[in-house]
Every structure is written in C-alpha cells, then in structure tokens.
Ligand binder design. Structure first.
Ligand SMILES: [Zn+2]
Length: 240
C-alpha cells in the first residue's frame, strides 16, 4: 500500500498554467525525493495525492480583500469543506487576524512567498528570502511556518526553488494537477466546469482568494465534488 501510494505521488502529471501567471511550462526533471524525516514518503514536489482514495485538496493562493476572504471562510464553513491556504506573507502581515480565522475554520495555512514575486527569476538568495520571510510571518502569527510551500507566479517549483524551500524548512513543494483558472474571472459556472473537467481521486485544485467568482462558485463546486463521491480535505490529510 505504501509503495503504491509513493509511486502515485511521485508520478504527478504536469500542469500548464500558473498561479496568476501565463507562464508556460516545459517538463523539468525533479530532484531526488527529500530525506526530511517529517515528509520522508513524499518527493520534493507533489502534484497530486493518491489516486486510490476519493479525496481532493482545494488549495488557495492566499491574498485578497479581507471582507471577501471572510466571506470565503463563511461559505467554506457552510459547505463543511476544509481547504489549504498558501498565504502571501505581506498580505498576511497586513491582515494578521485572518491567520487565526483561517486556522479556526479548520483549514490549513502554508507559504506562498512574501511578496508573490516571480520566484523562478530570482537568484538563490532572493528565493530563500522570499520563502523564509513568509515563514517568519507565519511563525509569528500562528506558531508554525506550515508544512507546504507553493512557488509564486509558477505552476511548478524549479529544482533551484525546491532547494531553497527545503533550506527554509519545506521538504515538499505543493503543486497542483487541476487549475480552476479562477484568476481569469471566467464566472462561477466556468470555474466549476474547469475543476470538474479535470478532477480525479487525489487531485490538488488551484483556486484563489480575492476573486468574487470563486466565492460564488464554491458552494456548487463542493456539492458537485461530493456528488462524484470526492471529499474535500486539506493537503496534509490528502498526502498523509
Ligand atoms: Zn499565487
């Protein structure tokens, strides 16, 4: 069972769109799996979870208007759907109460860099600064830097970014295999359709806080996933 899951996790498919970016992706080799004890069964980047369990992780770019974010949390509570929010550090620093509100809602917080710069274009020191500065904000506000790092303006972490993430305390970068394209504001029906067209057991879905259409889409999105027998869980639950 463990071997099967490990193989499934390591064999993640490539995605073609980024987090609020039009960056094109070409296949890039993944570095060796991390040997970090806290995530020893996971590779240095995960694109999806096990395909043999009917769970999916809704994961959010964490930055947006405070009231819209609080509305999102209310909608998620009504849908009883735990999610993973990858927070932009500068945003969380300006809205510190939301860190606790997200965790109190049963959700999970992770790291999405400090300023959402194009992290792939930075040198190693710049990449490390972006990751570690967000980690410091998370630690200060919640007592934990969180388990996951997601690169900014890139659907996948380069080998160099993975290395700096590991240095900053994140053995596994969190990519995704389903892009809702919600950041293009296509309307709630299209967001739901984009997810349903690509979602499977173990999928990690990319969504964004701060977009009204995403909030509108969430009740139907969660209901539609459940009709397919798919249960929304945090990334940590999906990958544990
Ligand atoms: Zn983002």
């Amino acid at each position: 069972m463990q071997l099967t899951r490990r193989a499934a996790l390591a064999a993640g498919a490539l995605t073609l769109a980024g987090c609020s970016t039009e960056a094109q992706l070409t296949a890039s080799p993944s570095p060796s799996p991390s040997a970090a004890p806290s995530a020893s069964h996971l590779p240095s980047e995960v694109v999806h979870g096990p395909r043999d369990r009917a769970q999916v992780a809704l994961t959010f770019h964490g930055q947006g208007d405070d009231r819209l974010v609080r509305t999102t949390l209310t909608v998620l509570a009504q849908s009883a759907a735990p999610v993973t929010v990858l927070a932009v550090g500068s945003w969380l620093e300006q809205s510190p109460a939301l860190a606790r509100a997200i965790l109190d809602g049963g959700h999970e917080l992770g790291n999405h860099t400090y300023s959402h710069a194009d992290i792939s274009s930075l040198d190693a020191a710049g990449q490390y600064a972006e990751i570690s500065r967000c980690a410091a904000v998370l630690r200060r506000l919640t007592g934990s830097a969180g388990r996951w790092f997601r690169p900014s303006q890139a659907p996948r972490a380069t080998a160099a970014v993975q290395k700096q993430a590991q240095r900053a305390g994140y053995p596994t970068c969190l990519a995704y295999d389903v892009d809702s394209l919600d950041y293009t504001d296509p309307g709630p029906a299209a967001i739901v359709a984009n997810v349903l067209n690509g979602v499977h057991n173990g999928s990690i879905v990319s969504l964004h806080l701060g977009h009204p259409g995403t909030v509108e889409a969430l009740p139907e999105l969660v209901a539609a996933l459940r009709r397919r027998g798919l249960t929304p869980v945090t990334a940590t639950t999906l990958l544990s």
